[in-house]
Design a protein around this ligand. Structure first.
Ligand code: FE2
Length: 281
């Protein structure tokens, strides 16, 4: 599926943009399905905020047990000071996670498409396993920043790092909060890990406290239907969405069944369960 040039680009830069990887009809189907899930979500008592800068949610059981469920996280700025939603639920959710690929038939079908299996072969992800899925809304006006991070911080896999697939369901632009990355930054080491902690829920283990050189960030604007492949060690981020346009995206994180998934990653399946494989076509 990938050309030599594309493979070389991915190895050198740590990311790869594949335009027109999936159809506009797929975009509409996934967006419609997410809207249905949000409309059906009874948020009474479950108003968990997702904020990368204020990771209160990390200590929240609702978050920690979302690896085998479909759960909903609100934007930080979605609420009034009295705790009421400023706008409709559809315009207030930050993301849905983390087992859409397993539990929802529409997202499962998309996540199991044969082209993904073939792409994994080209990326040397043999016997690919799906670890988690996220539907990210990046809402108009209130879509929060996701600060610079490496995905391996959250999903540590050895010896080959986790791989991220970022599917643009809407055009991702400079205005609505497209991804940014440090090209080649995946050649560096992992700066920190978030690990399970019996008392705190999770805690960070810092290996390198020096801040990211954000001057090296390059924007990765893409049209809907594009896939961005992200190496687990690639530093990447997205800025706030202050525009009037949403920036919906669907993401998957994968590993090879031949690699080791850390026992202290936040996302753990109940005893006896294993991550779903992408079926061989
Ligand atoms: Fe990420």
């Amino acid at each position: 599926m990938l050309s030599i040039t594309q493979k070389n680009h991915y190895q050198a830069q740590g990311f790869l943009i594949i335009n027109d990887f999936f159809s506009h009809m797929d975009c509409i189907t996934l967006i419609d399905r997410a809207h249905t899930l949000i409309n059906e979500f009874d948020d009474e008592g479950l108003r968990t905020i997702f904020s990368a800068s204020n990771p209160y949610h990390e200590r929240n059981r609702y978050f920690l047990e979302s690896g085998e469920d479909i759960r909903f996280f609100f934007e930080e700025n979605a609420f009034t000071s009295e705790g009421n939603l400023k706008k409709d639920k559809l315009l207030s959710i930050n993301k849905i996670g983390h087992a859409l690929h397993d539990l929802d038939p529409v997202f499962s079908e998309f996540s199991q498409q044969s082209t993904l299996y073939e792409l994994c072969q080209d990326l040397c992800i043999l016997e690919p396993l799906l670890l988690q899925s996220m539907y990210i809304c990046k809402q108009p006006f209130i879509g929060g920043e996701v600060s610079c991070h490496q995905d391996s911080t959250y999903l540590f896999v050895e010896p080959h790092p986790v791989t991220g697939f970022w599917f643009a369901l809407e055009d991702a632009t400079l205005e609505n909060g497209c991804l940014w990355a440090i090209p080649g930054g995946h050649h560096g080491l992992l700066k920190q890990r978030m690990v399970l902690d019996e008392v705190l829920g999770t805690r960070n283990v810092v290996y390198d406290p020096t801040p990211w050189d954000l001057e090296k960030m390059h924007p990765l604007p893409v049209k809907r239907g594009s896939l961005i492949v992200l190496h687990g060690l690639l530093p990447h981020m997205s800025k706030e969405n202050k525009s009037s346009h949403s920036r919906h995206a669907y993401t998957l994180h994968l590993m090879s069944a031949n690699d080791r998934y850390a026992a202290d990653n936040w996302l753990q399946l109940a005893t006896g369960k294993s991550f779903s494989a992408i079926r061989k076509p």
